[in-house]
Structures are given as C-alpha cells and as structure tokens.
Design a protein around this ligand. Structure first.
Ligand code: IMP
Length: 195
C-alpha cells in the first residue's frame, strides 16, 4: 500500500521511514509526486496543523496521507516555542536552539523542564481521519552537545539516558521520542484500517 508522508523536513522524514519499517507500506514523499509547495501552518494547535497538512496533501495526491506536527514546550517559557518551534527564529536549527539557550540564561536546572510533543494525523481517501499523540519529557541543557537527530535535539537532555537527544543512537531515539510514541499508536491504526 502506498502512503504519503506530508513533510519536507529531512529529520522527520528519516525518522518516520525508520518508525514504519516492517509495515507493508511504500512511503512516498511529496517530492516523489511533484508536490513541492509547503502547507502554511495556520492552525492554533498541533492537532489542527497536523490535520491541515495531511488533508491538504491527501486531497492533492488521492493517497492515504500521514503528517506530524510537533514542537518543544519549555515550562520556564510558559510552553514556548510550542507550535511555533520551527519558526522560533529564522535560519538554521542552531540559530533556534542558541536563541532558546539565551532565553533560559540564569534559569536553574530544576526549572529547565521541557517536553517534545508530536501529534500524528492519518487522513484516508474515504475521508476517515485518525490522530495519535506522543510526548517525551526532558530538561533544556545549558550548552549543546551531540551530532545526531535534528532541530532542538542538541539541547534536549533526556534524564533516563543521561545525555542529550542528539547523542542517542537512531535506534534509541526511535524507541523513546515523542514521534516514536505517536508512531507506535499509529502503527496499530495502519494495521487495522489499511492492511
Ligand atoms: P513542524 O512540526 O513542521 O511545525 O516543526 C516542528 C519543529 O519542532 C521542528 O522544526 C523542530 O524545530 C522541532 N522538533 C520537532 N521534533 C523534533 C525532534 O525530534 N527533535 C528536535 N526538534 C524537533
């Protein structure tokens, strides 16, 4: 079965490819179908944005379509950058995570708690929609470390692994991340509804 993954984010793309391995689905990307435009994320929640992306590309392709909307919620910043994580600052990932470290300068470790959240939406050609959510708790480090992953991974310390998310192997990140948890629930939906 062909499944469209509605993202142009290379980090997300690589992770979803790994997270759906073993399922008899052929994962296609928008570029494979000549769908190169970005869907504007005008929603006010992860759920709205995930559905917006999955519905838009599902309608354009006629294929079952999966999208995720995700972000980093920092308690000391009242949940920011949250749904605005990708747009927190213009530029490369490092520009954004360095801006985050500056915003938290002087904030003690016990107040640097944060979580990644991921909402995944699956929209089927017959109009049925399924959504799942995953969360991963952590702490914002005081300096970046690690080369893996993407986005804010170098500054997201995972207490149970005693290192940042950027230092985890792909295998470990894909076991405990917010996206992994959303994907686990989604695999069950895919198996039940599509295969
Ligand atoms: P969006 O879902 O396309 O709106 O973008 C989510 C943004 O949240 C990404 O661009 C990253 O900045 C951040 N993000 C989401 N998931 C992760 C992750 O697994 N690691 C690091 N940053 C992430």
């Amino acid at each position: 079965m062909r499944l469209l993954l509605a993202t142009h984010n290379r980090g997300k793309r690589r992770e979803w490819q790994a997270l759906l391995t073993g399922l008899p689905v052929e994962l296609l990307l928008p570029d494979d179908l000549g769908l190169s435009g970005e869907v504007e994320e005008t929603g006010e929640t992860y759920l709205e944005n995930a559905l917006l992306k999955a519905r838009t590309l599902g309608a354009a392709s006629g294929l079952p379509t999966l999208a995720d909307d995700s972000g980093l919620e920092v308690d000391a910043l009242d949940g920011a950058p949250g749904i605005h994580s990708a747009r927190y600052r213009l530029g490369a990932d490092a520009v954004r995570y360095r801006a985050l470290l500056r915003a938290l300068e002087g904030v003690p470790p016990e107040k640097r708690t944060a979580r990644f959240r991921c909402v995944a939406a699956l929209v089927l050609p017959d109009g049925r929609e399924f959504t799942t959510e995953g969360v991963c708790e952590g702490v914002i480090a005081t300096e970046p470390s690690g080369e893996g992953g993407f986005g804010y991974d170098p500054v997201f310390y995972v207490p149970e692994q005693d290192c940042t998310m950027a230092k985890l192997s792909d295998e470990t990140k894909n076991r405990l991340s917010h996206r992994a948890r959303a994907a686990q629930a989604l695999r069950a939906v895919l198996l039940a509804e599509l295969l």
